[in-house]
Design a protein around this ligand. Structure first.
Ligand SMILES: [Zn+2]
Length: 588
């Protein structure tokens, strides 16, 4: 259950690791000396050489950077890890400063000679250069960019810090089993998943009442962050508030419009599930504190590490032998850290290791079914890395958020399929289906409400509406009701729900939400195709995951025979959800 990081470096001695970091910084300086001020004069061959040098640099030093970062994530209390992590962050900052000129100069070259992108000698880098060219017209001068970074740090970026400091320093009083308890935010939100309905209600009530008291603060923050974004859009010549996010996610307006229209057109489907869930919970109508809570039929079954390994490997083997083999290799070569220990980062993640054509996974394995799902989710990312690293150069492996979750969510569905086929009782089946539909409902529908809400904020500011706390709450509830209609009763204090979503306070991070909607519905659509096409679908998924960021999601779809700009494609995802809902309804 403990990972082996040694393959990432030639030697694990701290002095040798430090030496490698020093040589990374030296190498970056050499690249700077060679290319600084000269990129605009490069011919095609020279440009290709530069891109290859950059990729080779990445592959040479990826391992040592991962080694330091992962060791620290596994145990932040370990002195050697702390020192190496610090050293690697300093080294990486120096590399960033030394090489920042490359994109700027390359952008100028592309503006001068856009046709260079079409040159067959650069075919492997074509989409990488196209993406760079798409972003160049919105860059400001180097001086202006530097001023913005400095001013944002203590300006608009400070709102996020304020909000997270508020959440992490407040305490909440709540009565549990007859005793008053004082809990941190992190602890009290754990009660949202309690099987005790009244405790869940209390937890939401206490948290959101407290948040609402500071509405003046939250409204000031939201106004400042949104107005700053709209002003930056003018300076950077973005035609809409969403353009910047579309460019960075490598998608277009039409695709996202079709996606969101499909969501709006299917709120009835989600509401149908919520009514079924109310019956499973034995209530006449769901309250907001039931929407993502587990149903009472959820089993307490525990999985040992070896049992989990068997479930996830077999789930993948059922789909494809090669992928199943890689998943097994992740265990065999000790690429997963599952042990629970003090000082370990909470949550779970998967780091692609391109040079090793593999990946590393961190999780805290608690033997619950949720941990098995987390494991297969992260292993789905690993499978993505196995395929991508074999097919792509590092420049083509900056996978945008819309595609990044494809392997992982698909993996979860493979586990669902396996667990459903093995379920002995109706209750087990109900719990598995409710779990998958809860996740789907959250990512596809609840998150969509946040997209509608964010858009309405910009619309209001542009119309000159003054956004105080109550006005923002009205907009939040309107977006929420568009999704939930009359199917859920909301506590009054839930009108303050927007105040705790940290991404609304993050500068330069607008429209963070729709990629989650995209990924969820995209994978459900793919899974539906898999149901229809069987093994003929397997190579298509492999092509998709192996493509990395070498093509846009839209072009990838065309290659695989579907059109993500049309609602017809997205409806396939809804069809899959409907099938799960039908199966669940049949158990009643
Ligand atoms: Zn993920």
């Amino acid at each position: 259950m403990v990972w082996d990081l040694a393959p990432l470096v030639e030697s694990t001695g701290p002095a040798s690791v430090q030496k490698k970091l020093t040589s990374m910084v030296d190498e970056a300086k050499r690249m700077r000396n060679k290319y600084h001020g000269k990129i605009e004069g490069l011919d095609t061959k020279g440009l290709r050489e530069l891109l290859e040098t950059k990729d080779a640099f990445y592959l040479t030093f990826e391992g040592v950077m991962m080694y330091c970062g992962l060791m620290y994530a596994a145990d932040a209390t370990f002195d050697e890890a702390k020192q190496l992590n610090d050293a690697s962050r300093r080294a990486s900052m120096k590399v960033g400063q030394a090489l920042a000129f490359i994109d700027i100069e390359m952008g100028k070259l592309l503006i001068d000679i856009p046709s260079i992108i079409e040159d067959p000698m650069l075919s492997e880098y074509r989409h990488y250069l196209e993406r760079l060219l798409r972003s160049v017209p919105h860059q400001l001068s180097e001086t202006e960019e530097r001023v913005i970074i400095v001013k944002d740090k203590n300006g608009v970026s400070a709102w996020q810090l304020l909000q997270s400091d508020w959440l992490s320093t407040r305490t909440f009083n709540i009565e549990i089993a007859g005793k008053m308890k004082t809990l941190s935010y992190g602890k009290i939100i754990g009660l949202y998943q309690s099987q005790d309905r009244d405790l869940r209600r209390q937890a939401y009530q206490v948290v959101y009442k407290e948040l609402g008291i500071d509405k003046v603060l939250w409204a000031s923050a939201i106004r400042a962050v949104c107005a700053d974004h709209l002003q930056m859009c003018v300076l950077r010549k973005y035609p809409t508030a969403m353009t910047q996010s579309l460019i960075s996610n490598d998608v277009d307006q039409q695709t996202i419009a079709s996606l969101m229209k499909t969501i709006e057109g299917h709120v009835g489907l989600y509401q149908r599930y919520l009514r079924i869930k109310a019956r499973l919970m034995g209530v006449t109508k769901l309250a907001n504190y039931d929407v993502v809570a587990p149903i009472p039929q959820t089993s307490e079954k525990e999985y040992t590490w070896m049992e989990a390994r068997k479930e996830v490997v077999d789930a993948y083997l059922g789909f494809n032998k090669q992928l199943g083999g890689w998943v097994d290799e992740m265990f065999e070569k000790r690429r997963i850290d599952g042990e629970i220990r003090r000082g370990k980062r909470s949550g779970a993640f998967c780091s692609s290791w391109l040079a090793g054509k593999s990946a590393y996974i961190l999780q805290s394995f608690n033997e619950k079914i949720g941990d098995v799902y987390t494991q297969i989710h992260e292993l789905g990312h690993a499978v993505h890395a196995y395929l991508g690293s074999r097919a792509q150069k590092p420049s083509n492996y900056e996978v945008g958020s819309c595609i990044a979750e494809c392997g992982s969510i698909f993996g979860e569905l493979l586990l669902t399929e396996r667990l459903l086929s093995k379920a002995d009782t109706v209750e087990e089946k109900q719990a598995i289906l409710a779990n998958v539909l809860d996740q789907f409902g959250m990512a596809a529908f609840q998150v969509s409400a946040r997209v509608f809400f964010e858009q309405s904020l910009y619309d209001a500011i542009e119309k000159g509406v003054f956004l105080d706390g109550e006005a923002i709450s009205e907009m939040w509830m309107a977006a929420r009701d568009k999704i939930y209609g009359e199917t859920v009763d909301w506590l009054d204090v839930m009108k303050w729900e927007w105040t705790m979503k940290s991404h609304y306070y993050m500068a330069n991070y607008r429209f963070y939400n729709y990629p989650y909607v995209f990924a969820q519905l995209f994978v459900f659509a793919l899974y539906k195709l898999y149901q229809e096409q069987g093994t003929a679908f397997v190579p298509k998924l492999k092509i998709l995951l192996a493509a990395g960021s070498s093509k846009s999601p839209r072009d990838l779809g065309v290659e695989l025979g579907f059109d993500i700009t049309s609602e017809v494609f997205w409806e396939k995802g809804m069809k899959q959800a409907e099938e799960f809902i039908n199966t669940l309804e049949e158990t009643l």
